[in-house]
Design a protein around this ligand. Structure first.
Ligand code: NAD
Ligand code: UFG
Length: 337
């Protein structure tokens, strides 16, 4: 299939482009490069041995996106483009509503104008808020606790409504747990701007010496060792799930909402120990107060993804640490990996 990837030059989008190309699909990247490096398409071309079409556009520009879809017809869209920082969403709500919700509406208008009726959407486990218990199933109550999360839920509802009313033939809302890792080639990966908010990029920057130590936010949670527990998922597993999801909705014309996680929880201390063992790098840490808004523990029940797509995560925490480190080390010019 020829598939448009909005935000395809970003972290998850670029890995998905690589996997789609490997599976014989033709990814077309649409990105405004607001949060992506310019040379990602060139790196993808080296990695896959194929030129990948790139449209530089903003999803909010319906006219430009419609025109692009007319010259580059596609059978489906995977919609990654969004703003994704929780703190920023609370500081600038209109920007988040505009980029995420208005942007998605504009994109759907362009899709409707050219008759593209299939979409895979990047949602997030953040829609579950503070879950009553884990593992979390897709029918657990949603309770968003910040504006970023609300935009994800509104976009999910919008997509479900369009599918229910026959305006979309197929749709998959994919709720990611905690994506980490990088392509094992270290040719693409995650490049957060400024001080990383998320655990793995912070850990890898401590390992390169860019940051002195890791602040562990809270060691008094009701978990095995008192630190926060999450369901980390390797970005390559996530990318493979997108390929299977788009193939599934194209084959069956269905609308589905599906968790993407491993089903296993890992605490902050467990992840740090795994990183140290896998890479041989020491991560100095300091216990700090809990981070406001953080949940003690959550992890997915990923059974639906297996039942529908035949997918399950194949990579473990050691793979995640090794590949995150390879990427960060290559960026930092460290060659002992
Ligand atoms: P990312 O920032 O690396 O990728 C997003 C891409 O979209 C970037 O390349 C950016 O330049 C592009 N973009 C942003 N606004 C755009 C616009 N208006 N028009 C065109 N392009 C635009 O983020 P990511 O981590 O790859 O996340 C991809 C998606 O997955 C997002 O929707 C995010 O909310 C969701 N998600 C991410 C995580 C995570 O932890 N990384 C977790 C759950 C869900
Ligand atoms: N943590 C630290 N120190 C740090 C960073 C994080 O101890 O420097 C801890 C957190 O307190 C938490 C765990 O590491 O216990 C994971 O934190 P992340 O920030 O990596 O991930 P979150 O689960 O908080 O949130 C991420 C994204 C959200 C998304 C959610 C679910 O940032 O946008 O996963 O997909 F909604």
């Amino acid at each position: 299939m020829r598939i448009l990837l909005t935000g395809g030059a970003g972290y998850i989008g670029s890995h998905t482009a690589a996997v789609l190309a490997e599976r014989g699909h033709e990814p077309v990247i649409l990105d405004n490069f607001a949060n992506a490096e310019r040379d990602v398409p060139a790196r993808l071309a080296r990695l896959t041995g194929r030129e990948i079409a790139v449209i530089e556009a903003d999803i909010r520009d319906t006219e430009q996106v419609t025109a692009a879809l007319r010259t580059q017809p596609v059978e489906a869209v995977i919609h990654f483009a969004a703003l994704k920082a929780v703190g920023e969403s609370e500081a600038d709500p209109l920007r988040y509503y505009d980029m995420n919700i208005a942007g998605t509406i504009r994109l759907m208008q362009a899709m409707q104008a050219v008759g593209v009726g299939r979409i895979v959407f990047s949602s997030s486990a953040t829609v579950y808020g503070q879950p009553e218990s884990s593992p979390i199933l897709e029918d657990a109550p949603t309770r968003v606790e910040n504006i970023y999360g609300r935009t994800k839920l509104v976009m999910e509802d919008l997509i479900r409504d369009l599918a229910r009313t026959g305006k979309l033939a197929g749709a998959a809302n994919l709720r990611y747990f905690n994506p980490v890792g990088a392509h094992p080639s270290a040719m693409i990966g995650e490049t957060p701007r400024g001080v990383p908010n998320n655990l793995m990029p912070y850990v890898t920057q401590v390992a390169t010496g860019e940051r002195a130590h890791l602040n562990v936010f809270g060691n008094d949670y009701p978990t095995r060792d008192g630190t926060g527990e999450r369901d980390y998922i390797h970005v390559m597993d996530l990318a493979e799930a997108h390929a299977l999801a788009v193939e599934h909705i194209a084959a069956h014309d269905v609308s589905v909402t599906v968790n993407l996680g491993t089903g296993r929880g890992t605490t902050v201390l467990e992840l740090v120990r795994a990183f140290e063992t896998t890479t041989g790098r020491k991560i100095p840490l300091v216990f700090a107060p809990r981070r406001p808004g953080d949940v003690a523990s959550y992890y997915a029940n990923p059974a639906l993804a297996e039942r529908l797509f035949g997918w399950r995560a194949r990579r473990d925490v050691e793979d995640m640490c090794r590949d995150s480190w390879r990427w960060q080390a290559s960026r930092a010019g460290i060659n002992d990996v």
